[in-house]
Structures are given as structure tokens and as C-alpha cells.
Design a protein around this ligand. Structure first.
Ligand SMILES: [Zn+2]
Length: 575
């Protein structure tokens, strides 16, 4: 075989497929031929592969990189100067200081220091970093105005330093090496580790040259070798290989690590070796998954390679392609892509697809069946309403939309989630970024889950949905009415205690306890018990739906409606 030959690669398990999609992304879909479950390409596509590799990843994730944070400030700095700092105010000063803090942190990090060695420039970035100091922030706008001239005078030298830093980063070599370092420690290391430029002991400083030597040159050499006398076989493609030197242990979370744990693994696992070409393809895994910082997703649609490419392309577009530059959450992107997929394949039989997520250093798998897809499609509007809903639990930002999708994937109903949310709303309303409308959406989605997964008769779908909506509506009305009456009696301080008791009753499905508490409330305000409370008792699900809708409305919304301004829990980790 020689360099001009056609190479053919076939789909396999999810990780191989994701890597193969990554390979196609890197070389460009126009340069390969896709048919059914194989991809064909000319071997000369492997020339300069290291450039294509980093080029694709830097281009795709550009707006998420700290490199981009540094250089994207140039326009604003120039606008300040050109306008003679006309619109420069205390807010602008604050945000400039935040920027300076970030820039100083980036410039001192080890990965930036390593990049400076590769950029041919006399500029001493570490000394520029030292020259860059935070600007003094006046206490208030008044003081800002009186100190204005001095502040601006202090600003000019800082801007001069910043502009030198930005110019250094923005030049093509700056982007090439700093961008590559950013990509290695925010994207690539999610997929693999320990070899080539991610081997702490590597002798090659230039990450492009390192990748080329370890992955690309080996693959090209291998293609050109006469393999007739090789005794072993590649675990992936069955091609003959000379020895067992390449294995899968450089891939994260594959379950075994031949080099480090050889005494603990079964003998047969040491038999897993791959050819250099398959190793090169596996190194493309980070280009196949779609990452939001340290979380990733890949949809393994095994229908054919074209579909697999398209659905993952859409997900990546939706996650990374928004205007603001900050990547979106993974699940709304997935829901959008599944919706599109649904339209495209509706005329064919829908095959179950596998959703692979990378979270907390491990892969998690879900099968999206026809029924699960139906729930997601039928609940699309309610799901969209939940995108900004969140609450903080144990210091963590919990996204309601993602929690709902996880439960749908795991065939679980939403009552425990609703319970947690209401409990937090009572105990720490300041940590809750959702309102009653969000809970109504949850109860409606929950109905879909019961209908599709709980074996309810689908013939009665419309009727069921109507009945459920009526229960939610009536229970909310009842809750709001009771709350108003407590307020009139100036007794609304009693409501949190009542809500806790009602939630306890709901948690244990204790209808008697629930009715006891409710009856006492209505006795207290001298009002008859609304019919919805008693009529929902005949059925466990109706009881929970009614109960949670009732409690949701009963909880005082004194804090007003708040959208999610919860702190973002995702930040680039600097190496
Ligand atoms: Zn192979």
C-alpha cells in the first residue's frame, strides 16, 4: 500500500464512531466519500494532518478559549481611546479590571509560558505581565467623576501594555501556539491523555511536531510498510501489525490502563493492540464529541455515517454557534438536534439512538427510544420554558432543564425533582431561580412521561392531557385562593409551615395527612374545600399532580419572578 491508495474505515462501537466523525471533521467532509457505514479517503489526506487537527479544534472552539478572551478586547480598548474616553465610566473601569486580572492569570500559567518558547518573538511576556497592574477603583460614581482625569491618565500606560500583549497573542504564531495550548487543556484532554504532547515527559516542545511524530508519521509509515510478515492483528480493523506497542490506554475512561496496571488486568486485555492508523483515528475523538468545558456529548446514531455526521454537526453548532460566544448547555442542543433528526427520518423506521455524555471524567450512556423521543417532542415547548430555570443545592447550580432530560432518559417521573424544588423554594428562596410557571411546565411534562412510559392507553391521550391540565389549573387556583385568604387574615407567615407539612404528606403519598392539613386550613379561613382536592384522591398520580400544583401556588412568590442569574459553574481550568 502506498500514500496514494484509498483507505476505507467502517463504523464500530460508539467511541470509534465518535473518533471517526472527528476525523471527518478534521479533514473536511468534502474530502472523504461517505457511503452507508464506511468512509473512504485518499491516504495523502494525512499530509500536514497535525495542522488540520489543531486548525479544526482551534477554529471550532475559538470563542471559548482564554486566547480569545484576551484578543477580543482590542476593539473596545481602541474605541475608548478614539473617543477620548468619552463614555468611559465606573462600570467600564470595573470590567477592565476584571479583564486585567484574567489576563495576568493567563499570562503566568504554565501552558502560556510553554507557548512563549515556541513563538519567535523578542517580546518578554512575563515582564509585560508584571508591568500590568490593576487600576484604582473609586468608591462611587461621584468620586469617579472627580477623579476622572487622573484615572484616565493612569489608564493610558496600562492600555499601552495591554495592546502589546494583545498584539503578541493575535499574531498568527501567537494564535497557533497559545490556541493549541488552550485546546489541549480544555478540549483534547477530555478525550485522551498521557501520550504525545499530553505526556509530561515528552521531549518535543512544539506540540504540532509532537503530534506529528507520535500519531501522523507513525500512521503514514505504517501505510507504506510491507505487512505480509506481521504476526499480530489490530483489535479494531484486523490489519496485520508488527508488535503490541499501541493500545487503547491513552483514551480516557476506557476502563483499563495496560501500561500502569498490567499486574491487575486479565491476560487477554494485554492482547488488545491497535495499528498506527487506528491510533491516529482515535486521537480525533476530541473533534467528534461536542464539549462545553469538561462536559461532552456524542449521539451514536448507527443508521449510517451521513446521519451520524449530521446529527452531531447540528449539536455542535447549537452548543458553540451562538452569538454571545459563551457555549450553551448540552441538553437544549441535544433536544434541538433530536427534533431535527425526527423530521428528517420520520418517513423511515426510527432506530433507537445512543446518547453518550462525558461528565466528571466518566462516560454515561442512555438509549433514546421512540417513546423517549416522543416525550421530548411532545414536551418541546415546556422544555424550552425551563432552559433558564435553576436552583442552587449544596453550592452547586442545578439546571432544571438538564435534570428533566436526565429523568426522561432514565424512565423516571418528575415528582422527586418537583419536591426538591418546592422544598428549596420554602427553605432558601434566594437560591431559587424559577417560578410557578416553571412548575406547571414540569407537571405537564410529567404527564407525558406517565402517558408514554407508564403504560397509559395512548388512545385516551387527548382526554388524559386535558384532564391533567384541568387538575393543574384547578389546583393552582385553589392554592392561590387559599394564599390570598391567609393574607387577608394577616396569617400568611403560617404558610411555610403548612407547605412543609403538605410536602411531607406528598413525599410519602399520605393522602390522609394531606387532607388533614388542607381541611384545617380551609376551616381556619372558613371556606369550603375546593372540589379538585377531593376528586384527585382516587388516583395516586392525580393526587401528586394536584398536591404539587397546589403547594406551588401556596408558596408565597414575594420574591417576585426571577430568571436564572445563578453563577456559572463552568470555567476554564488553566494548566
Ligand atoms: Zn487498525
Amino acid at each position: 500500500m502506498d500514500k496514494n491508495d484509498t483507505l476505507r474505515i467502517t463504523l464500530g462501537d460508539w467511541q470509534w464512531n465518535a473518533a471517526l466523525i472527528g476525523f471527518i471533521n478534521i479533514v473536511g467532509k468534502d474530502h472523504v466519500h461517505l457511503s452507508k457505514n464506511t468512509v473512504e479517503f485518499s491516504a495523502d489526506l494525512l499530509e500536514d494532518f497535525e495542522e488540520k487537527y489543531f486548525g479544526y479544534l482551534i477554529g471550532t472552539y475559538e470563542k471559548t478559549l482564554s486566547w480569545h478572551k484576551i484578543v477580543s478586547m482590542m476593539d473596545r480598548l481602541e474605541a475608548y481611546e478614539n473617543s477620548g474616553f468619552e463614555n468611559f465610566n465606573s462600570e467600564a473601569l470595573k470590567s477592565l479590571n476584571t479583564y486585567i486580572k484574567d489576563v495576568k492569570r493567563y499570562l503566568k500559567s504554565n501552558s502560556y509560558k510553554a507557548a512563549y518558547e515556541l513563538v519567535a518573538s523578542e517580546m518578554d511576556m512575563l515582564s509585560l505581565e508584571k508591568q500590568l497592574t490593576l487600576l484604582k477603583e473609586p468608591k462611587n460614581q461621584q468620586q469617579f467623576e472627580s477623579d476622572r482625569l487622573k484615572t484616565i491618565a493612569d489608564l493610558r500606560p496600562a492600555l499601552a501594555v495591554l495592546k502589546q500583549i494583545i498584539a503578541y497573542c493575535a499574531r498568527s504564531e501567537g494564535k497557533r501556539y497559545i490556541g493549541a495550548k488552550n485546546i489541549i487543556y480544555t478540549v483534547i484532554n477530555n478525550a485522551w491523555n498521557g501520550v504525545s504532547f499530553l505526556n509530561p515527559q515528552t521531549k518535543i516542545k512544539d506540540v504540532y511536531a509532537d503530534y506529528k511524530a507520535y500519531f501522523v508519521d507513525e500512521a503514514i509509515d505504517y501505510i507504506q510498510q510491507d505487512k505480509r510478515k506481521y504476526k499480530y492483528q489490530c483489535f479494531i480493523c484486523d490489519a496485520p501489525i508488527k508488535d503490541m506497542s499501541n493500545d487503547l490506554s491513552f483514551l480516557n475512561a476506557t476502563g483499563f490502563d495496560v501500561a500502569r496496571k498490567s499486574s491487575h488486568v486479565w491476560d487477554f486485555q494485554n492482547d488488545i493492540a491497535i495499528c498506527p492508523l487506528c491510533k491516529l483515528v482515535y486521537s480525533c475523538l476530541p473533534a467528534g464529541m461536542a464539549y462545553v468545558y469538561d462536559r461532552g456529548i456524542y449521539v451514536n446514531a448507527n443508521i449510517n455515517i451521513e446521519d451520524a455526521f449530521n446529527i452531531n454537526y447540528v449539536i455542535k453548532q447549537r452548543i458553540l454557534g451562538n452569538q454571545e460566544g459563551s457555549p450553551r448547555s448540552i441538553y437544549p442542543a441535544l433536544v434541538g438536534a433530536l427534533h431535527r433528526q425526527e423530521h428528517q427520518v420520520s418517513q423511515y423506521d426510527f432506530a433507537d439512538i445512543q446518547v453518550v455524555r462525558y461528565e466528571n471524567g466518566a462516560y454515561r450512556f442512555n438509549i433514546v427510544s421512540r417513546k423517549i423521543l416522543e416525550i421530548i417532542m411532545e414536551s418541546r415547548e415546556d422544555l424550552d420554558r425551563l432552559i433558564k430555570a435553576a436552583f442552587i443545592e449544596n453550592g452547586m447550580n442545578v439546571r432544571v432543564h438538564d435534570e428533566v432530560i436526565t429523568r426522561i432518559f432514565n424512565n423516571q417521573n418528575l415528582f422527586t425533582l418537583i419536591h426538591r424544588m418546592l422544598y428549596h423554594k420554602l427553605s432558601s428562596p434566594g437560591n431559587c431561580y424559577f417560578h410557578g410557571g416553571h412548575l406547571t411546565s414540569l407537571l405537564k411534562i410529567n404527564q407525558q412521561i406517565y402517558m408514554r412510559l407508564g403504560g397509559m392507553k395512548v388512545e385516551n391521550e387527548k382526554e388524559n392531557r386535558k384532564r391533567n391540565a384541568a387538575i393543574i389549573w384547578a389546583a393552582r387556583k385553589a392554592g392561590e385562593g387559599l394564599r390570598t385568604r391567609y393574607k387577608v387574615k394577616d396569617a400568611h407567615h403560617k404558610l411555610p409551615g403548612i407547605c412543609y407539612r403538605l410536602l411531607n404528606a406528598l413525599k410519602t403519598s399520605n393522602k390522609d395527612m394531606f387532607m388533614d392539613v388542607a381541611l384545617n386550613c380551609y376551616l381556619y379561613v372558613k371556606n369550603p374545600v375546593p372540589e379538585v382536592l377531593t376528586s384527585a384522591l382516587s388516583n395516586d398520580k392525580d393526587f401528586s399532580t394536584m398536591g404539587y400544583a397546589f403547594v406551588a401556588a401556596l408558596i408565597d412568590e414575594a420574591t417576585g419572578e426571577r430568571e436564572n442569574t445563578a453563577p456559572q459553574d463552568e470555567q476554564e481550568v488553566l494548566a
